[in-house]
Structure formats: C-alpha cells, structure tokens
Design a protein around this ligand. Structure first.
Ligand SMILES: Cc1ncc(COP(=O)(O)O)c(C=O)c1O
Ligand SMILES: N[C@@H](CCCC[NH3+])C(=O)O
Length: 418
C-alpha cells in the first residue's frame, strides 16, 4: 500500500480522503474511475513548489488523462498544458486552461490543428521535423501570424523504459536528430512566420531513474550554448515529462528530487524551465473500481471475471503492465487463492492481473490501483462496451465528472445504408 498514499484501509475498508470506496460503486455503479482531488493537488504542488524562486511552467501532459474536471482542477492551480492534438486543445480551452500556458507536441500536427492553436494564441509549438516547420510557417503566413516554436530535439538517450514508450532514442520517430538541430534552428530563424522561442525534448515515459534525465539535460544545455553562440534568443528550455510512478516494486525519484536534479544541472541560466509531467501528476491519484461478476474455477486456473476489461484499462494487455489489485472490503486472508483477474472481452489478452493472491466472492468490489494515468484516456468501445463513469473524490463528497456512456451514445452518428 505504500505506493498509494491517497488510498488506505481503515477497519478493513478502502478509503480515499473521507470516502469509503464502496459508496462510489453503490452510487455510480462499476466499472468506474475514481480520482482524489487532494492527491492531484498534492502531486501538482510538489512539482510547482520544488521550482520555487525559479521561472518555470509545469505543463500537464493532457494525454495522461484529459477529463475536463481534472484539466479544470489543474488550470485552477495554475498549471500549463502539453497537448498533442486539436482535440486536446479544445478540451483544455473548455476546461478554462490559459492558452498562453499551452505547448503543442506531436509528430503529425495537421494544418487545421495548427490553425486552431494559432487562433488560440498558444505559448509554443514543439516542432518535430523540418517538414512540419515549413508547414507551420505556411499556415501562420496564411493567417498573418507568427508562430512561436521550439524544436523538439531527439537527444539519443536511453530512457530505460518499456520500448513502446521510449521516445528519445535515435531510432524513435520523435524529435529532430540531435546533430541536425543547429542547422534547422538556423533555417527557422530565416522563416518569416515562425519565431524561435525555445528548445524542447522528451525521452520517454515511466522513467524510474534520474540518470537519463540528467544526461539529457546536459546534452540540451550543450546545444543551448551553441545556439546562443549563433545569436539565437532561446527563452525557455522544455525538458519534457516522463517521471515514473510506483505501480509495484519501483522506487522512482520524487517530484521534488527530480526537479532539484534538473535545477542543479540547469544552474542559474536565464531560460525559463518547462516540464511536461503526465503520469506522475495523475497516475497514483486514481483507481478503477470493478465488481467480480463470476468466480470460475477450472482444473488449471481460477478465474475472477470482473466487469472492467481491456477496453477500460488497456495497459496490462498492451504493455503487460502491472497494476496492484486490492479488495475494496478486505476478507479473511486465510481464504485467499491465486486468481487470474480477467474482463469480459473476447481476447485472451484481456486481463487486469495475473496470479493475484486474493480472497474473493461473487459481487465483491476490487480497486485496480495506479489507474489515473493512461487509463480512461486510452479506453475504447471494443466489444461495444460503453466507457466507464469517472468521479472525483473531494473530502467527503463524490462528484460525477463523467457519466457512464450509453450504448445509444456509442451508436450516434452511425448510418444504415439506404
Ligand atoms: C511530448 C510528451 N510530453 C510529455 C509526456 C508525458 O509523459 P509522462 O506521462 O510519462 O510524464 C509524453 C508522453 O510520454 C510526451 O510524449
Ligand atoms: N500510454 C503509455 C504512456 C505513453 C506516454 C505517451 N508518450 C502508458 O500507459 O504507460
């Protein structure tokens, strides 16, 4: 339990803030994502406070969880946002985010998305290729605007994470090859409708060591020196996101340790520091609540079939990711068995946890832990399953921040041939 300070057992019941989690299931049904407002606030403030006295901006990576309630909460705390699509831009604006605190990353920005971001007046485009730079210059020119840009540079540093979420190796699709960055900055300066504003990188996600961040930061500072020597005015250094969280045995640095390490490498340079944390802000602030539908003993394995599935939380199926699974009301450990916790979807890869030691009965509630990041935001309607509800725990109150989808909503917009 030590990895989930916001969720704890009291008298055998799992609580967050002043809410016993079975109350959520009773009021809103399952599967249901539940987030703790206090946990989110604490996580944001830990990053922000660690930067005290230094010009900085924490840009929450919206992809981790784009619920409007969460975005609004972060906007009210003063957060900026890292977006990767026009859809995320619309969400941030609707949630009351400040356009002047938005950075726009992603390798495939479309002209319409660039246009929307220019209209909104975002802080910076993190440009990932020469072709994109020219496309942005053209779109901005047509609008009579000048687009602020950083080049996202690929520093070729091994983030030592799952290969699917490593982004800073030279073989990855992300960023501009390190050795080409200076030349591209020089050509950016010559374009009429872009303005060089910053320098950007992001090497991957779920990093549990400081070393790759430090190595990257040092490489970026070397590049920054060379760019300044060429006369470029770099206003900010965006060091990306990627700080990992504890799912099971990991022991990642805290937000404070991470920020302090970055601060000490950057020293007293005049540039504003931007970071783009996603998972570390929301991951351990959320759980996925699910009900045991059936227990199915077989001669080989015991299955607990639950009402959440890979469409609700695809991380186990996609990355073989481990999420702790805890009973919402503890039973006698003496009755525990080894279960395969699986969903109703027609795929053998549809599991939430393998070989879990649990004491279970039909109808029991389970909490899939550390599900606040890349849970709901990666969910789908596979098997025509409506998306789960989402609630925000706030002291002793439970706010519904997204209703459970209906099957009618799923079918809206589809047409039968005349
Ligand atoms: C450009 C960019 N910034 C920030 C993030 C956020 O990463 P994390 O959720 O690991 O902090 C990502 C995802 O890896 C990303 O691609
Ligand atoms: N979806 C990944 C993280 C991807 C990070 C985005 N660049 C996960 O669930 O761990």
């Amino acid at each position: 339990m030590s990895g989930f300070p916001s969720f704890s057992y009291r008298n055998g019941h799992l609580w967050a803030e002043s809410v016993q989690l079975e109350r959520i299931a009773l009021e809103f049904g399952t599967p249901c994502y539940a987030y703790s407002r206090a946990a989110l606030t604490t996580a944001y403030c830990e990053f922000d406070d660690a930067f005290a006295g230094r010009d900085h901006l924490v840009c929450y990576a919206v992809k981790a969880n784009s619920n409007l309630g969460i975005l609004n909460l972060l906007a009210r705390l003063g957060s900026g946002f890292d977006i990767v699509s026009g859809g995320e831009l619309q969400r941030v604006l609707k949630a009351g985010g400040d356009p002047q605190k938005i950075v726009f990353s992603g390798v495939g920005k479309q002209p319409a998305e660039m246009k929307a971001a220019l209209e909104a007046g975002i802080l910076c485009f993190n440009v990932e290729s020469e072709a994109e730079l020219h496309g942005l210059n053209r779109v901005a020119g047509e609008m009579g605007k000048v687009a602020p840009v950083s080049l996202r540079v690929n520093p070729d540093v091994d983030a030592k994470t799952h290969p699917y979420i490593s982004t800073g190796l030279k073989e990855n699709k992300f960023g501009i090859p390190f050795d080409e960055a200076e030349a591209l900055y020089a050509s950016a300066q010559a374009l009429g409708n872009v303005r060089v504003a910053g320098l950007d990188c992001h090497i991957g996600s779920q990093l549990t060591e400081l070393a790759p961040f430090i190595e990257t930061c040092k490489k970026m500072l070397g590049l920054l020196d060379r760019l300044e020597a060429q006369g470029l005015e770099i206003e900010h250094l965006d060091l990306g996101g990627g700080l990992g969280i504890r799912y099971a045995g990991e022991n990642p640095p805290s937000a404070r340790e991470y920020v302090e390490a970055l601060r000490s490498v950057v020293g007293n340079r005049r540039q504003k520091i931007l970071i783009e944390p996603g998972r570390s802000l929301v991951g351990n602030a959320g759980v996925l609540l699910t009900t045991v539908e059936y227990l199915k003993p077989t001669p080989h394995r015991d299955f607990a079939i639950v009402d959440a599935a890979m469409n609700d939380l695809m991380r186990p199926a996609l990355y073989k990711a481990y999420h702790e699974i805890l009973p919402v009301v503890a039973r006698n450990e003496m009755d525990a068995k080894t279960y395969q916790v699986v969903g109703p979807v027609c795929e053998t890869g549809d599991f939430l946890g393998h070989d879990r030691h649990l004491a279970l009965a039909q109808g029991d509630l389970l909490a899939v832990m550390s599900a606040g990041a890349y849970g709901m935001s990666m969910s789908s309607n596979y098997n025509a399953r409506p998306r789960a509800a989402e609630v925000m725990i706030d002291g002793d109150r439970i706010h519904l921040i997204r209703e459970r989808e209906s099957v009618e909503q799923l079918m809206a917009g589809e047409k039968i041939l005349p």
